[in-house]
Design a protein around this ligand. Structure first.
Ligand code: DGT
Ligand code: CA
Ligand code: CA
Ligand code: ZN
Length: 586
């Protein structure tokens, strides 16, 4: 464990002891121990531990030295684990509410029996907090506001929604006369499925007009910080954004730093150090010599020049690493060996398969959906409406499905659109793994997507068996949304992904990467290994309206994060190639 991580743990112990009402001297010992660690170099800590001299440091006694040593060497501390377990988790969460310290939480617990946020809300609403010593009506009001705030603003945000906020800001920044370069960095640039906050980075010679423009944007609900080269705002809807302005010659280094991820940055910094260099948001400079990294970076003679991120990577002996791969999951090793894949791009997609019309629960007609696909330049569009058991989604009876197939064939024959429409269905996987239509019905379609829409609380073994049974069905082409998760809304159902992936490969069944911004399911973390073993992917927007087709862009983000190339994405084949895949599968 690093010294800062250890310091975090010591501070945590202080807080937890305070929650328990422990002796203030004891509490202060942990806090000053944390401060002593923060003031220390990493190497110095290692040396003191090795020499068993840690307790000679001011602020660190023998008992604390023992705990720090345990954390440093094992990454764990039994004392802390026991302490954590002895406290109701809801109490710790109360500390997140603005204005709540450990002392107040303890008073609320001891006097009102409050153990979590729900309990505190209730106590406030019943006016019991106002009557408590040391609180009062004002403080009760503030606590309630803080709880509401936390609900509205404390959350992460879908990539899609964050991107819709970010793009106009980015375009606006780029349009300002003072701005030379501007990028949205952070998790947004890395294509993460959810976003904590936006990170805008700007190269500009003049700062004030840029900061002023940023904090007065129409969507800005609150300015939370404003300085000469920095500002932070909160948009209506709760999303927060940081703006940083840097000199043009530092832009590339700042962009790399604020793109992250943190783990990638740490590994890059270590790589630089191994070459006698120090990498930071300010620049790449020699590690040795007088001055801080920042001071050195301001000296042109010391700084490695970089016009682009590719220059930065090259200076460390690496090929350019696309932002989506910067998670320190083998990206740096592959970049060193020149073994990074050519990642799939949005422009590689020639269509998509899992889409709905108003025949089931979609909001546009077959013709509207096809026209929209045509407008996107797609060669093909797959229509896969719900099957009959999904009655809540107006699933299609055999007759209605047959009528839809006939209509599609008519449009295709008449060449009404440039886009060829494939006939498919999103067939329910019944609770025992059987499918929702008879074999002859399934055989009449170009392809079959199978998905779980009910009995989602089955245990993992049952669910896994159920899905694998469906995958083994000879008429099945692809599996829809593997886990059923809805990001920030609903947890995945229990399923053994590794076993399902194995079965899909064995049966030459595709697993979709459902590109709906709420799903992004199967998760990007599983794709790289699965594709290596031979799993085929389809990036499916699961569109329920014409606008939903654009969601494939979110799917491409996740596909790229999963190291996918166009070879393992069916959407990237041409019409003939897709036809061949469907025919061979039958
Ligand atoms: P988010 O906002 O939670 O979705 O995730 P990020 O990755 O956008 O994280 P954020 O906004 O806290 O910081 C942006 C980037 O800045 C992050 O990806 C890497 C860099 N960064 C921030 N804090 C640290 C740090 O403590 N150490 C290092 N090495 N990099 C950091
Ligand atoms: Ca961020
Ligand atoms: Ca940030
Ligand atoms: Zn579905």
């Amino acid at each position: 464990m690093t010294k800062n991580e250890i310091a975090d743990r010591l501070n945590e112990i202080g807080v937890l002891l305070e929650l328990k009402g422990e002796n203030p001297f004891k509490i202060r010992a942990y806090q000053s121990g944390a401060r002593a660690l923060e003031a220390m170099e990493e190497d110095e800590l290692a040396r003191l531990i090795a020499a068993e001299e840690l307790d000679s440091v001011k602020g660190i006694g023998a008992a604390l030295a023992q705990k720090i040593t345990e954390l440093h060497t094992t990454g764990k501390l039994e004392f802390l684990e026991k302490l954590r377990a002895s406290i109701e988790p809801g109490l710790v969460e109360l500390l997140d509410i603005p204005g709540m310290g450990p002392k107040k939480v303890r008073a609320l617990h001891d006097k009102l029996g409050v153990t979590d946020i729900a309990g505190l809300t209730k106590a406030c609403e019943e006016n019991r907090v106002a009557e408590l010593d040391g609180f009062g009506a004002k403080s009760q009001e503030k606590i309630l506001a803080g709880i509401k705030h936390r609900e509205a603003y404390g959350k992460r945000h879908l990539w899609w929604e964050a991107n819709e906020v970010a793009q106009p800001i980015l375009a606006g920044l780029r349009g300002l006369p003072q701005v030379e370069r501007a990028e949205a960095a952070g998790s947004l640039r890395r294509g993460m499925e959810t976003i904590g906050d936006l990170d805008f980075l700007v190269a500009a010679a003049e700062h004030a007009p840029v900061v002023e423009w940023f904090v007065t944007q129409p969507g800005v609900h609150e300015v939370t910080a404003q300085g000469e080269t920095k500002a932070s705002v909160r948009f209506t809807g709760g999303l927060q954004a940081d703006l940083r302005i840097v000199p043009a010659d530092q832009f590339v280094f700042a962009l790399h730093h604020f793109t992250g991820s943190k783990d990638h940055n740490v590994a890059m910094r270590q790589r630089a150090l191994a070459r006698g260099l120090s990498l930071s948001e300010w620049g790449l400079v020699p590690a040795e010599g007088e001055g801080t990294a920042k001071e050195k970076a301001e000296n042109k003679a010391l700084r490695t020049p970089a016009e682009t991120e590719a220059d930065l990577f090259k200076a460390l002996g690496l090929h350019f690493i696309p932002p989506e791969l910067r998670e320190n999951l083998g990206d740096i090793e592959a970049a060193e060996q020149g073994a990074l894949p050519e990642l799939v791009r949005l422009s590689d997609l020639r269509g998509a398969f899992h889409n709905h019309t108003n025949a089931s629960d979609g909001r546009n007609t077959l013709v509207e959906m096809t026209a929209a696909a045509d407008e996107l330049g797609w060669e093909f569009l797959g229509i896969a409406d719900h099957s009959k058991s999904s009655f809540q989604a107006n699933g299609l009876s055999e007759e209605r499905l047959a009528a839809q197939v006939a209509a599609i064939q008519k449009y295709n024959a008449a060449r009404k659109f440039r886009t060829h429409v494939f006939t498919g269905v999103e067939c329910d996987i019944l609770s025992d793994g059987r499918l929702d239509y008879a074999d002859d019905v399934l055989a009449s379609l170009d392809y079959v997507v199978v998905s779980v829409h009910n009995a989602m609380t089955q245990d993992e073994a049952t669910m896994t068996k159920r899905i694998i049974r469906a995958i083994e069905h000879p008429h099945v082409t692809m599996l829809g949304h593997l886990t059923g998760r809805l990001l920030l809304r609903r947890e995945a159902y229990a399923v053994n992904a590794a076993k399902v992936i194995e079965a899909a490969i064995a049966n030459r069944v595709i697993i979709e990467l459902n590109a709906s911004p709420w799903r992004l399911d199967m998760d990007w973390r599983l794709w790289s290994k699965a594709a290596d073993k031979g799993l085929m992917c389809a990036i499916n927007p699961d569109a329920h309206e014409t606008d939903g087709l654009r969601h494939v862009a979110a799917g491409v983000n996740s596909a790229r994060k999963g190291w996918l190339t166009k070879e393992s994405v069916l959407n990237c084949r041409d019409l003939a190639g897709v036809r061949r895949w469907f025919a061979e599968r039958k």
